[in-house]
Write a protein that binds this ligand. Structure first.
Ligand SMILES: NC(=O)c1ccc[n+]([C@@H]2O[C@H](COP(=O)([O-])OP(=O)(O)OC[C@H]3O[C@@H](n4cnc5c(N)ncnc54)[C@H](OP(=O)(O)O)[C@@H]3O)[C@@H](O)[C@H]2O)c1
Length: 235
């Protein structure tokens, strides 16, 4: 039976690799994307049979409107995968409030709104909510305060949601990858003024395979939290 998944952040990195794997096996994708231009690009990449919904995750009114559109079209959702994310490194001493707020909005509050509004469809399918967190959601390092705060918050959201939704059969998982070779990681290296070599880090597709394992778990078990790190000799 073909399954339906909402995947944020499917335009690049880990989300794109997961979306490719789901699409290749015939599943249906519903893809919140930041603009009509990105919608066209993402559907051209993944297939016109999928559904793009324009919603900039940094604009919470757009997120609510996008969630309402999805809820009106899909009454059964097998999963909601929160993979979109942003990071902007700075010490607390100089972090601008706007950059702080943007990371909280995209990484934490947009997932809250999407999850809340799609819960009826997730309950109907006894679906899975999968939060792509980070090792920064477990330990906060210097200069990573805003991002780590958003990811620690995401962990709290997942834990509360898991307990609340257990009676409805909705499974909730936090996956915490360490550094992964994606466009985000390339930008992080630029911010850290270090040279970037993708082969030093685990691939986006390795993380995507792990996410797929979570989504495909038989119904008699749930993975609540999972940490995945680059192996000691990645290449
Ligand atoms: N890469 C790592 O080292 C790493 C490690 C641990 C955790 N993570 C987490 O893994 C997830 C995926 O990261 P990644 O490395 O694959 O990132 P990425 O390569 O930068 O891709 C991020 C995706 O999120 C989308 N996105 C960002 N801001 C958005 C907005 N305002 N509205 C709509 N979409 C937006 C991007 O859209 P566009 O395509 O339009 O830009 C892109 O598709 C994130 O949650 C990240 O925090 C990453």
């Amino acid at each position: 039976m073909t399954r339906t998944h909402v995947v944020t952040g499917a335009g690049a990195g880990i989300g794109l690799q997961l979306a490719r794997r789901l699409s290749d096996r015939g599943d249906t994708l519903v893809l919140p994307v930041r603009s009509a231009e990105r919608a066209a690009e993402v559907l051209a990449e993944l297939g016109e049979r999928h559904h793009a919904v324009v919603a900039d995750l940094g604009d919470l009114e757009q997120v609510a409107a996008g969630a309402a559109r999805i809820a009106s079209q899909f009454d059964h959702l097998d999963s909601l995968v929160h993979c979109a994310g942003v990071v902007d490194l700075a010490p607390v001493a100089t972090q601008g409030v706007e950059a702080w707020q943007h990371q909280i909005d995209v990484n934490l509050t947009a997932p809250v709104v999407l999850t809340r509004d799609l819960l009826p469809a997730l309950r109907a399918a006894r679906g899975t909510v999968l939060f792509v967190n980070s090792t920064s959601g477990i330990v906060a390092n210097p200069h990573w305060g805003a991002y780590a705060a958003s990811k620690h918050g995401l962990r709290g959201l997942a834990d509360a949601l898991r307990a609340e939704e257990a009676p409805h059969g909705v499974r909730v998982t936090s996956v915490h990858p360490s550094r992964t070779a994606t466009p985000m990681q390339e930008r992080v290296h630029a911010q850290e003024e270090r040279s970037y070599r993708a082969e030093e880090w685990m691939s986006a597709d390795t993380v995507a395979a792990t996410l797929l394992h979570v989504l495909d778990l038989p119904s008699d078990a749930t993975i609540t939290d999972l940490t995945i790190r680059t192996s000691p000799s990645p290449s």
